[in-house]
Design a binder for this molecule. Structure first.
Ligand code: SF4
Ligand code: SF4
Length: 95
């Protein structure tokens, strides 16, 4: 029931989607850029994970390896901007 209320089929143009709407409406198709998690100099600080507005960064701080879910990443670049060791690049999306 909750998922039906959040579906884009129920949303009109100009509506304000409720929190959590992106869980049922994949937002990755909006993207013009994508992050590349280089997994080279990562210190496991989780800044990327905590700053991502879509909650689509995942990883293991102990292994110092993070990545993102392309189904939900909007390509905003916040993760790359927040990474203190420049271990995330933003590149143009190839369609
Ligand atoms: S580019 Fe934006 S949406 Fe995509 S993983 Fe980084 S912070 Fe999240
Ligand atoms: S912000 Fe950078 S250093 Fe911190 S966990 Fe993410 S990739 Fe690793």
């Amino acid at each position: 029931m909750a998922n039906k209320l959040l579906s884009t089929e129920k949303l009109s143009i100009g509506c304000v989607a409720p929190p959590g709407a992106s869980l049922v409406n994949k937002t990755g198709a909006w993207r013009t850029q994508r992050p590349v998690f280089k997994q080279k100099d990562c210190i496991g600080c989780r800044a990327c994970d905590l700053a991502c507005p879509e909650g689509c960064v995942f990883g293991d701080p102990k292994k110092k390896q993070f990545d993102f879910d392309p189904d939900y990443c909007k390509g905003c670049g916040i993760c790359a901007a927040e990474c203190p060791v420049d271990d995330i690049d933003m590149v143009m999306e190839e369609k």
